[in-house]
Design a protein around this ligand. Sequence first.
Ligand SMILES: *Cc1c(COP(=O)(O)O)cnc(C)c1O
Length: 451
Amino acid sequence: MHVTSDETAHAVDLILARARERLLTDPPLGGTTKDSDLLEFASGALTEQGIGVQAALGIFADVLSPACVAADHPGYLSFIPAAPTKTATAFDMLVSASAVFGGFWRVGSGAIFAENQVLDWLAREFGLPPGAGGTFVQGGTQGNLSALVAARESARRSRARLGLSAPARWAIIASADAHSSVRSVARIMDVDVVPVRPSSTGALEAGSVREALDSTDVTVFAVVATAGSTNFGTVDDIASIAALKDEYTFWLHVDGAYGLAGMLSPVGRPLFAGVERADSLIVDPHKWLFAPFDACALIYRDPEEGRRAHTQRAEYLDAVTQTADWSAADYAVHLTRRARGLPLWFSLATHGAGAYRDAVTACIELAREIADEINLRPHLRLVRDPQLSIVVFERIGWTQDDYDSWAALQLSTGRALVTPSSHNSVPNLRLAIINPLTTRELLLELLDSMS
Ligand SMILES: *Cc1c(COP(=O)(O)O)cnc(C)c1O
């Protein structure tokens, strides 16, 4: 592209100045803009000649950006918000500027080394043995897919060693409350999911997993335990499920995309007993580990299992795959990858693990305080006691329409994004608290606005 260096410098300065401003000022909540309005105001950007940096940036700043909800706004309480540290986000820009190919050790050794340091730290926090490792993938869905593909490959090899042929159907056991990605991954893999009803607390327990293992006529290769369900933040009874490994052969995968970060907190830690027996696990730094989108840490107890399942072979790759080097591409369903673990590495190095423990603990404690406040208000009803940082409650007497109009008002006034949810077909509200900037005052204002 023919851009003079002066022009390039000008463009870079403008973009970095914008980014700096976005990082250092409180963002508006933002909202959703109608497609027709976006068409009117933002559809002329792509032309043969180019419109120039100023005009393009103007369209982004004036039209496109306000048409997105800021996931790091303290009032973003739906889905799972994002709350990256400023250092992590700023460093992510430097990672991009550094043009690191994070797939192969040969060309990305420094970046992969630092990412592996983070994975190693996480693995130790989760009680996995030395040698555990993996890679960072785009998100929890891809992490679950990569782990379960490795699990099936492992089961295939074990059966082959015993002289057994492949079964007619492979199956995964998971809670009926497991994340939608588990069912999606099963469809992609063309395997069955045996859904197991959780207990009344929402946690999957060993008794019902045992029944499923005993009664099913498909071949179970993996049990998925959820370490923090997305709807309630409920942690399955991982210790009792893991104990079944003494009697049955299966790969234990722990899906901790949202909740496993809670194990960093001394307050949350006891909930996660048994994680140390996982064969694989995931946790998303872009959820509750204060990293920017998009990153999922995928860790195998024995990384060789991941490598056997995922290494891509081709003549043009021999130079990088026929070595003992730790190439991140070998451990998941991916090849080209950005070094997306580096923002967490940098932020962790800067602030220290203690700051992470404190921030996670603060969210758990705030969720418990808000639950107490809900219990004090006669017109509100807690659906379940929060275990981690998700609070689900009902406004007694409200219809779906009441919830919808209340939520629309919160969004249009720029206060909060709280989208109505439901449990057993009864509408409710769900507050996902993972942003250290989300205050008790804001949450109390929301509760009080429902009286
Ligand atoms: C969010 C989530 C996922 C999916 O993660 P993505 O990063 O959105 O792909 C999987 N499992 C659980 C428990 C989650 O909360």
